[in-house]
Design a binder for this molecule. Structure first.
Ligand SMILES: [Zn+2]
Ligand SMILES: [Zn+2]
Length: 274
């Protein structure tokens, strides 16, 4: 068995209710999780992060909300023009819920709980509670390095916590501060939707999920899908820091908050591949 190490790059290109996209690749293969901002911005931010010629072999959609799929049709055409068509993967429920104007050609239907391959990557879609038909979060495994992108869930679940435990990098929703949401300008029904079991994770709920899912191999934690109205990066970071501190890993785990209007610097995880 040949064993060698390879650097896996994770780059959060955009995160929040105005658009989500994350690139995961190792130089030989790559995927984009969600494409909720303009194609030009997705590809422009990849280029700005030094990933302009990084491979894109699939686009993984979590669910049909516009901030996750808005660019799908245009991105599919742009990627096809670069070479071969790139498959888009989503659940049957997400496909049924997609606005036809966003629907790309060549969608491959997947099932939550059934892993599939994209080149040498193993992709594990897992069910999450959110107010659409069949939403998922993803774990992408390259060699011995799982990476997870988990946003848009209304409450922590044991299944997601378990999925985080051996991850090397986790992009995790810290959507809102509960007091800010309640005191803020949103209409009451929207507040109820966000707070509900099929809405979004508050900082407190995300902290609980993080505490349950924190494992010994975690190197990078990115706080994601922060609300611009109902949260601050400082509040989310301080909540996450408390969890890491309580677990004695504050110095070891690289912590940052994702941004809406620019990409983060790419994270590197070293994976052993055989
Ligand atoms: Zn969203
Ligand atoms: Zn959503």
């Amino acid at each position: 068995m040949t064993l060698f190490t390879r650097d896996l790059t994770v780059c959060v290109l955009s995160s929040g209710s105005a658009g989500n996209a994350t690139y995961i690749g190792d130089g030989r293969a790559g995927v984009i999780v969600d494409c909720g901002l303009a194609t030009k911005q997705i590809l422009g931010r990849m280029a700005a992060a030094g990933l302009g010629s990084a491979p894109i072999d699939a686009v993984l959609l979590t669910h049909e909300h516009k901030d996750h799929v808005g660019a799908a049709a245009v991105l599919a055409r742009a990627l096809a023009r670069r070479g071969a068509p790139v498959p888009f993967f989503c659940t049957a429920g997400t496909l049924a819920g997609l606005d036809p104007r966003c629907c790309p050609d060549g969608v491959e239907v997947i099932e939550a709980g059934s892993p599939f391959r994209v080149k040498h990557f193993i992709v594990e879609p897992m069910p999450v509670p959110h107010d659409v038909r069949d939403p998922v979060a993803y774990r992408v495994i390259v060699g011995d390095a799982p990476v997870a992108v988990v946003t848009d869930l209304g409450k922590p679940t044991a299944l997601v916590a378990r999925a985080l435990r051996d991850c090397r990098a986790v992009v995790l929703e810290f959507n809102h501060d509960e007091e800010m949401l309640l005191a803020g300008p949103y209409p009451f029904p929207l507040k109820q939707r966000i707070r509900g079991n099929h809405g979004h994770l508050s900082n407190r709920q995300a902290a609980q999920l993080l505490a349950d899912g924190l494992g010994p191999r975690l190197d990078h934690l990115v706080l994601a899908h922060l609300s611009e109205e109902n949260n601050t990066p400082q509040k989310a970071m301080s909540t996450a820091r408390t969890v890491l501190d309580d677990a004695g890993v504050l110095g070891r785990v690289q912590l940052q908050a994702a941004k809406q209007y620019s990409q983060l610097a790419p994270l590197t995880v070293s994976s052993r591949v055989w």
